[in-house]
Design a protein around this ligand. Structure first.
Ligand code: NDP
Length: 258
């Protein structure tokens, strides 16, 4: 029996990176997946690959998580195609790394629009149906920045702290209706986001090496390793796990260093 057999899942930002890995893993475990993604071309390509490689059902829907109407539309399309949603993964996110006092108002707003409003827009769109049916699992992709601070990364960690707050608040609010809300805090995971960050540094090769040197496992994570945890939280193997966060960072956030 596949672990997500007969479930319907919507994953935001699933055209590439961690979101795409989650969509693949869910499809392999039997879920019908909806890729709600800003870039419809990458979403369509990923959906086609999922269908070809897993034999599962996948649908791409152009979605901007900063717009609640756009997220509502994606949920309607998902339900029209596959039926009621069992699982939502709020994965779409962007890095906005600034110095607090030179940051523009626009940087502050676009960070919160995607990284926190986007998560709330997703939750708000699926919760009424999940509450009514008395079942559902929401998985929010936070970050180790949700509980650790690296200077110069403002305001991303502020928004990610908010994701944990939202996860805990909604997890408690809807626990009596059997809707679980959890988060995953990835450490460094090798995606476009990570490569973009290294490439923005004065010496990208040195920046990458510095990242690797501080990893207890001497490597960074793979998107598939976050996806495995998302499968677990989305599945019926985690019925009493709610309002919490699982860290997937190879131990990096436990390591003390000067
Ligand atoms: P990527 O940049 O590789 O992928 C993010 C995806 O989200 C892209 O496809 C992007 O689309 C999409 N997206 C961006 N904005 C929106 C929007 N407004 N509406 C819908 N989709 C959008 O990132 P990762 O896979 O690395 O990151 C995924 C999540 O994991 C994020 O929340 C990130 O903060 C978190 N994370 C990542 C870590 C890492 O090391 N990679 C570490 C900790 C947390 P487009 O191509 O159009 O930009």
């Amino acid at each position: 029996m596949k672990r997500l057999a007969d479930k319907v899942a919507l994953i935001t930002g699933a055209g590439r990176g961690i979101g795409a890995a989650i969509a693949f893993a869910f499809a392999r475990e039997g879920a019908a997946v909806v890729l709600a993604e800003l870039d419809i071309e990458t979403a369509r390509q990923t959906a086609e690959q999922i269908k070809a490689q897993t034999g599962g059902r996948a649908l791409a829907v152009q979605t901007d998580v900063t717009q609640s109407a756009s997220v509502q539309h994606a949920v309607s399309e998902a339900e029209h195609a596959f039926g009621a949603l069992d699982v939502l993964v709020n994965n779409a996110g962007i890095n906005v790394f600034c110095d607090p006092l030179t940051m523009t108002d626009d940087d502050w707003r676009r960070c919160f629009a995607v990284d926190l409003d986007g998560v709330w827009n997703g939750c708000r769109a699926v919760l009424p149906g999940m509450v009514e049916r008395g079942a559902g699992s929401i998985v929010n992709i936070a970050s180790t920045h949700a509980f650790k601070i690296i200077p110069g990364c403002f305001p991303y960690p502020v928004a990610k702290h908010g994701v944990i707050g939202l996860t805990r608040a909604l997890g408690i609010e809807y626990a009596p209706r059997n809707v679980r809300v959890n988060a995953i805090a990835p450490g460094y995971i090798e995606t476009q986001l990570t490569h973009n960050w290294w490439n923005e540094q004065a010496d990208p090769a040195a920046a990458k090496q510095a990242t690797l040197d501080l990893q207890p496992m001497k490597r960074i994570g793979r998107p598939e390793e976050v996806a495995m945890t998302a499968v677990f939280l989305a599945s019926d193997e985690a019925p009493f796990i709610n309002a919490t966060c699982i860290t997937v960072d190879g131990g990096r956030s436990a390591l003390y260093h000067d």
